[in-house]
Write a protein that binds this ligand. Structure first.
Ligand code: FAD
Ligand code: NAD
Length: 157
């Protein structure tokens, strides 16, 4: 199996889109990510997966903290900015929560400290213990078959 076939298979799994943020030396760094899942309720844990080539990797190792910002359907430009696909920084605005920078207007901001990590191939899995969350109403930005997408209504029950 070649890499393209593997990616095509993974692309059949529709996901939301997040931007991971972390604060380091008084600056915030962000990175678009769709490898995100809920892990545990007690304690509340989530998981992200960061490429060994991503600048985000050393930054989370150093800060010991990260936030997961779940994007709304209005935030495709924000996703593109933090994936290096756009340079329009006008579309993003941060707010501080418990000393962590999170992205305004996201559907959810999930603020975490690093609970554990595991190298897995060319990625590192970070488990985060959730300290705090901020929630907003809205519809999610989705990613499917390597393209941005939106939920259609009516929703399935
Ligand atoms: P950079 O490439 O330097 O930064 C990313 C971009 O964000 C740059 O354009 C930078 O200018 C901008 N930026 C950073 N901080 C700020 C700031 N404070 N203000 C304004 N702009 C800022 N990779 C993974 O490892 N795991 C995943 O789960 C994952 N999922 C992805 C899902 C999707 C839908 C897409 C499109 C990409 C995904 N990627 C994932 C790839 C990842 O987003 C890119 O490789 C990204 O460029 C890696 O970022 P970096 O940390 O190396 O930093
Ligand atoms: P794509 O067809 O590459 O993505 C389809 C699916 O493949 C993704 O949802 C993800 O599950 C998987 N995938 C893609 N690249 C991966 C990687 N390097 N490691 C592990 N899984 C990966 O879609 P695209 O539009 O070409 O993606 C845009 C860019 O973002 C590409 O450079 C891609 O590598 C990167 N990306 C990385 C990850 C990741 O987990 N590191 C996830 C999604 C996209």
């Amino acid at each position: 199996m070649d890499t393209r076939t593997f990616r095509n298979a993974m692309g059949k799994f529709a996901t939301g889109v997040t931007v991971i943020t972390t604060d380091i030396d008084g600056e915030v760094h962000g990175m678009t990510a769709n490898a995100f899942m809920s892990v545990s309720l007690n304690p509340p844990l989530v998981l992200i997966s960061i490429d060994e080539k991503a600048k985000m990797l050393s930054k989370i190792k150093k800060s010991g903290r990260f936030s997961v910002n779940i994007l709304s359907e209005e935030q495709q430009e924000v996703s593109m900015l933090f994936a290096g696909q756009s340079s329009d920084k006008e579309n993003v605005s941060f707010e501080k929560r418990n000393g962590s920078s999170v992205i305004r207007e996201s559907l959810a901001n999930i603020i975490c400290t690093v609970y554990g990590s595991q190298i897995a191939g060319d990625h590192t899995l970070f488990i985060g213990e959730v300290e705090d969350v901020i929630l907003r109403d809205g519809k999610p930005l989705a990613f499917y078959e390597g393209k941005y997408s939106r939920l259609t209504t009516p929703q399935l029950t």
